[in-house]
Design a protein around this ligand. Structure first.
Ligand SMILES: Cc1ncc(COP(=O)(O)O)c(C=O)c1O
Length: 374
């Protein structure tokens, strides 16, 4: 395919380094909760500028573990309507009640006004998601409003490795941030996740939860309702190698995004969410809005068949309030999330993509849109 929807990048040197780390695990027999996991935690905490990082099995378990350390049993936790299933599901798995709140189409994040309108005496906290790698400029206001009301704020930063707002890292908000290293993400460990926090108590509790709620690695004394949420040494080795490339990956993605912005300005084919900024987003996704009336599914099909371009998956195609599993948690209207989900299109971005192809992608999209998207 001329421009694939995504590419996972491992140089020959990175493959060699990962294999040598994995070989040392195989030879030593240290296959979980060992030195690679510890090195990955230390390096990730340092990259974020935070005191603690706890490596876990996935971005999903990272969210659930933090929510368990905050004890959301029986409490309401406000989450975005336009997020991945796992953000809201983790609240339910941790014993809480997810309350879906609307999105702001210019930031793609949870709307602070809608969050405030959904607070009840049962509300314990809020989870914001940095959708597509955009850290919302409304985040300081949300943090302030949560503080005033004694609510916790945590960040699902599954999309936001290395992203920032006004020079402040995505991990530097709320009580803790959680990351995913699923293969489609800006950096990967195959499978894996990380909890990042300055709060020692959260970090200590998270270490207990991730290992079956055991008080210590070698004991069988269970003090919390944890699970097997450990990260294997093999995954940690891959994550360590990818982390070294994170800054390079992000700067390459920004070059592609810059080429997209330039072509969009020239063709006027799409509009952009105002909060998606070149120096701040990591461009996990490049999000753009289609004009009214364009059939996105048809457009994506023609991009693939006629132009050999794989459009990336949206963030997200469907808001959670239309997912049958969340029907019981849905209240009121979600116009912002509905707009963002229905109108967005995500041209491909990767750490390998030739920025010149960005011009080709936008010109192809522009000509299709001018023909009514067919
Ligand atoms: C916003 C968001 N939260 C959580 C997750 C879950 O991460 P994982 O797939 O590593 O469990 C994802 C992953 O796709 C995500 O996009």
């Amino acid at each position: 395919m001329r421009v694939p929807a995504a590419s996972i990048v491992f140089s020959e040197d990175d493959i060699k380094e990962a294999l040598s780390l994995i070989e040392s695990s195989l030879r030593s027999g240290s296959l979980t909760l060992g030195k690679h996991g510890q090195a990955f935690e230390e390096a990730f905490a340092a990259r974020c500028g935070r005191k603690h990082a706890v490596a876990v099995s996935s971005g999903t378990s990272a969210i659930e573990i933090v929510l368990r350390t905050l004890d959301v049993e029986g409490a309401e936790v406000i989450v975005p309507d336009n997020t991945f299933f796992a953000t809201a599901a983790a609240v339910a798995h941790a014993g809480g009640i997810p309350v879906l709140a609307d999105a702001d189409r210019e930031t793609l994040a949870i709307s602070v006004d809608d969050v405030l309108a959904r607070i009840t005496p049962k509300t314990k906290g809020v989870v914001i998601v940095h959708i597509g790698g955009i850290v919302s400029p409304e985040l300081p206001r949300l943090e302030e409003e949560c503080k005033k009301r004694g609510l916790f704020l945590m960040c699902d930063a599954a999309h936001a490795h290395g992203a920032s707002l006004n020079g402040r890292d995505a991990s530097d908000w709320g009580v803790a941030s959680t990351y995913s290293f699923y293969p489609t993400k800006v950096m990967t460990s195959g499978e894996g996740g990380m909890i990042v926090t300055d709060d020692e108590a959260i970090a200590n509790e998270a270490r207990i939860y991730r290992d079956q709620g055991k008080a210590g690695f070698t004991s069988n004394f269970h003090t919390r309702l944890g699970a097997n949420w450990r990260l294997s040494e093999v995954h940690a080795a891959i994550g360590l190698v990818q982390l070294k490339q994170l800054d390079r990956f992000i700067s390459h993605r920004r070059e592609v995004a810059s080429a997209y912005e330039e072509a969009i300005k020239r063709t006027g084919a799409l509009t952009l969410p105002k909060a998606q900024k070149l120096g701040e987003s990591n461009f996990y996704k490049f999000v753009a809005y289609l004009p009214e009336g364009v059939d996105r599914a048809e457009l994506k099909k023609t991009m693939r068949e006629k132009y050999d371009v794989g459009m990336s998956g949206e963030v997200y195609e469907w808001p959670l309030h239309v997912q049958p599993v969340f029907e019981q948690f849905t209240r009121g209207a979600y116009p912002g999330a509905e707009y963002a989900c229905a109108h967005q299109v995500c041209p491909p971005v990767s750490a390998r993509m030739d920025p010149k192809d960005a011009t080709y992608v936008i010109e192809s999209l522009a000509s299709l849109i001018s023909e009514g998207g067919k």
